[in-house]
Ligand binder design. Structure first.
Ligand SMILES: [Zn+2]
Length: 145
């Protein structure tokens, strides 16, 4: 695997590989499915590609499709676990240039349902969860894969 020591997601991939990351939900062929670092949106998760690659277009075509399919496996599990109103997907990578997909379950009682998921980002830090709760939630989601 191609990793960079200065990349926060490469370090996360390493921790997932070592099974020391409490947010690990599942290992896919090309990615790890992990719980997000906050739960402002219940079930907020990420699919992080194993290799340090900058953009989806930089992957070979077959891998592009397989990674998207892994994002869909993850999405289906989140849908079945939490029954949200809708899922939002985002892959930006301006801050961390290592392909990752954010998956935000959105709920009907969301105060700003029509807004993008970062609309309340100032509050995200107040919704961090303990390693124990992360493991519990990851186990629950895994049971729906
Ligand atoms: Zn990386």
């Amino acid at each position: 695997m191609h990793h960079r020591p200065d990349c926060v997601l490469c370090r996360k991939i390493q921790a997932c590989d070592d099974r020391t990351d409490a947010t690990l939900i599942e290992e896919f062929k090309h990615s790890f499915f992990v719980l997000g670092d906050h739960q402002f949106f219940k079930g907020y998760s990420m699919v992080v590609v194993k290799d340090h690659v900058r953009d989806m277009m930089d992957l070979p075509g077959k891998l592009q499709m397989e990674v998207l399919q892994e994002v869909m496996f993850a999405s289906r599990a989140l849908q079945e676990t939490f029954q949200p109103w809708k899922l939002n997907h985002a892959s930006l990578g301006n801050v961390v240039t290592h392909i990752h997909w954010h998956i935000f379950p959105r709920y009907e009682d969301d105060p700003d349902l029509l807004q993008h998921p970062w609309f309340h980002s100032a509050e995200f830090d107040h919704h961090k969860i303990s390693a124990d709760l992360a493991r519990e939630r990851a186990t629950l989601i895994r049971s729906h894969l």
